[in-house]
Design a protein around this ligand. Structure first.
Ligand SMILES: [Zn+2]
Length: 434
């Protein structure tokens, strides 16, 4: 059993090293970071392979063969990051500086920290001679932040046999949520779908100097925008927000009341929970006439629409009509991706609950979903039996401290949480693969 203090020290050092590899995507340039991780895991006894869809941007597959007969657990992460503007930061974003008991730098939360904790947990177990019943896989992808074309998507399509697994731990949740005296760790088991659309109103062109000679399509957008400002589609229950509301001590059978009550206790929690409870409509881009003196015959607004896991266009349309009414507009979907999910009650959830019970016995574990995507979607799509969860436990920094730092300036992670997470991954490996 690797020593907690040792896990924390090693994860901290590994994260500092990882941050110093600039893997801002684009261009990503993940090669050197991946070779470094490969060497770490190979030294510990893993069989390692770098697989590249494009030169200089490999994915790492590391395998610790087992005694045979058990499941395959995959610890997954991505090593690329979004960009950082040093002018906005109080430290060099690629310094990996240790300051105020935190490691600072781009990727400190998303997600070189989790990669470091997973690699240290896996390497420490292997070095101690531990061997899994099935197999322990560590898969570190490239290109997550730009759509995974050269990363997880490519791996799951082109090398399915090498990345197939029964259980996966990836990014997506784990920061502690404090609410009404409760402590809750989220496990991300699902991701909402994306149904972005263009909403168009129609009129008749004319010279703008004589307002009533035409029929202004732009002013017809106003009530539609106002409707989306005033309300969202009615809330609906699904397994993930049901689990979360229950853990927060609220009655999930009446989501509207639950969100209202949550807002009284902590408005920030209501803001986060509400989008998990249904279709959301967020207008983001508008256009109408190309000339200031021409009354537009058409006006349009692009709407970022997110739909609960498993539901499709028909469901989105019902909810859109609920807010915008039946007529006076036309709609075209620009993107349609159905959201995905894994079941909630599984041996992996049991292992996570068991660990939380040991290290933070007053806390609860809740399933939750993400309004966006991670690499988990590619595994859930390619291997319908695979149970993929997002879990990087953090308790020094809560959800509301961590969230603005992800993709933001002064991204950092407390050293204590690095050891905490590495410890969780050791426990999960031992529970599922003993
Ligand atoms: Zn990420």
């Amino acid at each position: 059993m690797p020593e907690p203090a040792q896990l924390e020290r090693r994860t901290t050092e590994l994260l500092q090293r990882l941050i110093r590899f600039n893997t801002v995507n684009p261009p990503g340039n993940e090669q050197a970071a991946q070779e470094f991780l490969r060497d770490t895991l190979a030294t510990a006894g893993f069989e390692c392979e770098l697989l590249s869809a494009i030169e200089g941007r490999p994915n790492l597959i590391a395998r610790l063969p087992g005694r045979g007969g058990g499941p395959i657990l995959c610890l997954c992460g991505h090593v690329d990051t979004v960009l950082a503007d040093p002018a906005d930061w109080s430290v060099d974003p690629w310094s990996g500086e240790l300051k105020d008991d935190c490691v600072w730098g781009r990727g400190a939360l998303d997600m070189k920290s989790q990669v470091a904790a997973e690699v240290v947990a896996a390497a420490s177990l292997a070095e101690e001679g531990w061997r899994p019943s099935g197999e322990l896989l560590v898969v570190i992808t490239a290109d997550e932040e730009a759509g995974a074309e050269f990363g997880a998507q490519w791996l799951c399509n082109e090398h399915a046999d090498k990345v197939r697994c029964d259980y996966m731990v990836n990014e997506g949740a784990g920061e502690i949520l404090h609410f009404d005296g409760r402590r809750v760790y989220g496990v991300c088991v699902a991701e909402k779908g994306v149904f972005r659309f263009t909403l168009t109103t129609h009129g008749e062109a004319g010279h703008a100097s004589i307002p009533r000679i035409g029929d202004n399509a732009l002013t017809k957008l106003a009530p539609l925008l106002q409707a989306m400002r005033d309300r969202q589609p009615s809330l609906e229950l699904s397994p993930e927000p049901e689990s979360l509301l229950t853990a927060l001590g609220m009655d999930p059978s009446d989501p509207e009341t639950a969100v209202r009550e949550a807002a009284k206790t902590d408005p920030r929690v209501a803001v986060l929970v509400e989008p998990l409870l249904g279709v959301t409509l967020t207008p983001t881009m508008a256009r109408a006439s190309d000339k200031i003196n021409v009354i537009p015959a058409q006006a349009s607004v692009k709407v970022d629409c997110r739909v609960p896991p498993g539901l499709g266009q028909d469901h989105a349309l019902v909810k859109i009509r609920e807010v915008l009414g039946e007529d006076g507009w036309s709609i075209e979907f620009d993107e349609q991706v159905v959201g995905n999910r894994s079941p909630i009650e599984t041996p992996l959830m049991d292992a996570i609950r068991g660990w939380v019970g040991q290290v933070d016995s007053e806390a609860a574990v809740a399933a939750t979903s993400l309004p966006g995507f991670t690499d988990s979607r590619w595994w859930r799509e390619a291997f319908p039996e695979c149970v993929a969860y997002g879990f990087f436990p953090q308790r020094q920094m809560d959800m509301f401290e961590a969230a603005p730092l992800v993709h933001g300036a002064d991204e950092r992670v407390p050293v204590a949480d690095l050891g905490f997470a590495a410890n969780a991954y050791v426990h999960i490996c031992q529970e599922l693969l003993s």
